[in-house]
Each structure stands twice: as structure tokens, then as C-alpha cells.
Design a protein around this ligand. Structure first.
Ligand code: FE
Length: 217
């Protein structure tokens, strides 16, 4: 089966957030779709291992920020490659408490607030059906599509994303993989070998140091 065919489906770039007591959580998602237009409903897919999934099942209320085309890699990485269990993702970013939800406004063209009305178990992920309660525009900017992120910005799907696929491996070249985000540094495609990179070099995707990279066999 040629799984690359699935890359022809279109996706966007979103940050979903919610709050339980004083704990703000959120993560990056690329799957969000409109299901109905009358009393509008949308659906999103979230990996069961995501902390946001666990919390959203309790709070049943969330905000979805639609990222604009100029969204920073830093913002995408923060929400895509780290867990709200360990990191306060809302530090140093522009967000506002709206309807008691921490709504990300940074690099956001619009946001949707809604209530979870059903959760559907789909093996590794859950689909959350969400009744839209409020929407607003933030920035006059086109939304970033997943294709734009992938092809123009060379972004990678986080391992827990529904669209994540293992990379094909060229076993001849020395390759090093970031253990946090999965980014691969391939000596054959770079001007400088990984070993020769300066000590303060950081992962272009998630910002961790060289020590978090492992050599692929
Ligand atoms: Fe990384």
C-alpha cells in the first residue's frame, strides 16, 4: 500500500487548548474539519497519549486557534513536540483568557471555541465532535496549510500526529535523529557534517541541543 497517497489529503495547522482548574494545556493538531453548517460542528483527532486528550475528556470545552501562514516554527515546535505535562507552553506567547479558556492568539488568523459533544474511540486516536459556540478573526492572514508547512517550510509531522509516517532511510550516509521531535540531520544533504557542527548548534525544529541527537544505524 502506498501510504504517500494519504499526503494528498489536505490539512491545516491548529493549536487546541483547554484548561483544568489552573492548569493550561494545549497541543498542535493538523486535523480539524467542519462536519455540519447548521448549528455548526467540527471534528478533531487527538492521539490518546497526548496530555491534552486526557484533560479535554474532562473539561469538554476547548479553543482551536487556526495558525496563519507566517506562524513561527518556534510556536509550532513548542505545541507540537513537547508535552503540557512537563512544559508551560503559554509562557512567553500571546494568549488571552476567553470563556475561561487560554486562547492562543499568537500567529493566529482566527479561533473557534466549542463544547465536546461526543468522543469516538479510533484505536490510537480519539475523534472529538465539537459544537461550535464562538468564533473570531484575529489576524488578516491566510491560514497555513499542512502542505505549505511540509513543502515550503520543510516541517515534519510530530510522531503523535495522525498523519505521521516513518521516513524512508538512506543507509549509506551518516544520519542523526533528534530524540525529541524526530528531525533527521542527514550529512549527505548538508554542507557540514553533524560531528563538525558547533556545540551550541540546536535542532532547527524543536530547539534542543546536539546531545539529544542519536546516530541512526
Ligand atoms: Fe528536535
Amino acid at each position: 500500500m502506498d501510504l504517500s497517497v494519504l499526503n494528498n489529503l489536505s490539512y491545516g495547522m491548529y493549536i487546541i487548548t483547554t484548561k483544568r482548574e489552573n492548569k493550561k494545556v494545549g497541543c498542535f493538531i493538523n486535523t480539524a474539519m467542519q462536519i455540519t453548517s447548521k448549528n455548526p460542528m467540527i471534528a478533531i483527532s487527538l492521539n490518546k497519549e497526548n496530555y491534552t486528550n486526557e484533560i479535554l475528556k474532562e473539561t469538554r470545552k476547548c479553543a482551536i486557534s487556526v495558525l496563519g501562514e507566517n506562524a513561527s516554527q518556534e510556536l509550532i515546535s513548542k505545541f507540537g513536540y513537547f508535552s503540557s505535562r512537563e512544559v508551560n507552553k503559554f509562557e512567553d506567547i500571546n494568549y488571552q483568557n476567553i470563556e475561561e479558556l487560554p486562547v492562543v492568539l499568537e500567529d493566529t488568523c482566527s479561533y473557534i471555541i466549542g463544547e465536546v459533544i461526543r468522543v469516538i474511540d479510533v484505536e490510537t486516536h480519539d475523534i472529538f465532535l465539537i459544537r461550535v459556540q464562538q468564533t473570531a478573526k484575529v489576524l488578516e492572514e491566510p491560514p497555513m496549510t499542512y502542505r505549505y508547512y511540509h513543502e515550503i517550510l520543510k516541517g515534519k509531522a510530530p510522531k503523535k500526529a495522525p498523519t505521521y509516517q516513518e521516513e524512508k532511510v538512506d543507509r549509506k550516509a551518516n544520519r542523526y535523529q533528534c530524540s525529541v521531535c524526530g528531525y533527521i540531520y542527514d550529512d549527505s544533504k548538508e554542507e557540514i557534517n553533524f560531528e563538525d557542527l558547533p556545540d551550541d548548534w540546536t535542532c532547527p525544529m524543536c530547539g534542543v541541543g546536539k546531545d539529544k541527537f542519536v546516530k541512526l544505524k
